[in-house]
Every structure is written in C-alpha cells, then in structure tokens.
Design a protein around this ligand. Structure first.
Ligand SMILES: [Zn+2]
Length: 206
C-alpha cells in the first residue's frame, strides 16, 4: 500500500490538474495500471494539497471532517475514484483521436454542474471559479472536474497525448507539438538508453 509520502513523490507532468489526477495511477502505456497512490481519502486530500487544488487550510478542514465522518469520507472517495475512471476514459479516447462515450460525457456534465453549484466567482485579474466556501468532503475533486471540462472545451485537443513509455497523459505545450514523453528524466531517458544499447548491439554484430 502506498503511503501519504507516496503521493508527494508523484511527478506532476500532466500540465493540467485533471491530467495529473489521472496520473495518480502508474503502469505501462496500455493495459491495467500497476500502482495507485490514491489508497484512501487521506491520500486524496494529500494529493489535492500537493497538486495545488487545495490550500493547506482547506486540507486541514477536510482532514478533520473526514475524521469526524469516516462513512461520508468513504463515499466521497468512491466517487473520486469513479471520476478518475471517467476522466481516464475521456482523455485516453481524446489522446488516441476517438470519441468518448455519451454516457461518460453526461456524467462529466453532471459532475461539472455539481462543482459549479458549490463554487463562487472570485475576482482576481479576471473572474474565476473558486471553492473557498465549500467545506464538503467532495471538495478535493471540484477543481479537477472543472479543469477537465475547461481543457475539453478550450484546449487544443491534439495536444492531449499519452507518454510513449508509460500510462501518463500530458498536455503538450511544446512549440512544434513534438513532446513524446511524460518527462525526459524518466521515460525519455529510458528510451534513449534503449536506443543506444540497440545501436551498440548492431555495431557489435556488424
Ligand atoms: Zn512516461
């Protein structure tokens, strides 16, 4: 089982809160995930705080709430995992140029409507949705849902891609849309080593 520390070792390479949320599961590019840092509600809160969806005071309130209402926290956590499955389906479809199912898009709409019902419009440089008044157990996933819908409605869909070496998804912000890896330090480096070894083998054989 992952620990709370496991959450803060996750690499935030998605370039978007919703994609980073999907990337809490690791594994090969296709097939089943082989690890998951979201082991329970405490990890969900820790992730939210680490990834920037929750402030530390908000996380503190949620830790107290979940402690007082463990059943409610379990329900919220189950919903959070369902949301992750839904977002996984949606963004993996988009990344491979397929259309997500109508049913998953309808659930995302319902989740967004619910998130906005608990949001307020705050003025900064522009107005934006915040969840400062929402001290409910569903709070950690609100900004995730909204980031997902924002990306789908205003992002460049062809920039949503899957890593060539693992199951991570990311938003490719490179100028010529050439990004292939979640990070050069991990999958990018493994690929370079693999190519180098293959080339050396070819040279040795020749
Ligand atoms: Zn990768």
């Amino acid at each position: 089982m992952e620990t709370l520390a496991g959450v803060t070792r996750m690499r935030l390479v998605g370039g978007n809160l919703a994609l980073d949320y999907l990337n809490t599961r690791t594994g090969p590019p296709v097939g089943a995930p082989d690890d998951d840092v979201l082991a329970g509600y405490p990890e969900l809160v820790a992730w939210g705080s680490y990834a920037g969806g929750l402030s530390e005071p908000e996380a503190k309130v949620l830790r107290r709430l979940s402690h007082d209402d463990p059943d409610g926290a379990q329900v919220a956590f189950t919903r959070a995992l369902r949301l992750r499955d839904d977002l996984d389906e949606v963004f993996r479809a988009v990344a491979s140029d397929r259309s997500p199912s109508a049913s998953v898009l309808a659930r995302l709409r319902d989740d967004e409507a619910d998130a906005l019902r608990h949001a307020r419009l705050d003025r900064g440089r522009t107005f934006s949705w915040t969840w400062r008044d929402d001290a409910s157990l569903a709070r950690p996933t609100r900004p995730v849902v909204h980031a997902a819908v924002q990306l789908l409605t205003t992002g460049a869909l062809d920039r949503i891609k899957g890593c060539g070496g693992c199951r991570f998804l990311f938003y490719d912000e490179s100028k010529n849309r050439s990004r292939r890896w979640c990070s050069m330090d991990d999958c990018g480096t493994s690929e370079k080593i693999r190519r180098y070894v293959a080339a050396r083998r070819t040279r040795a054989a020749g």
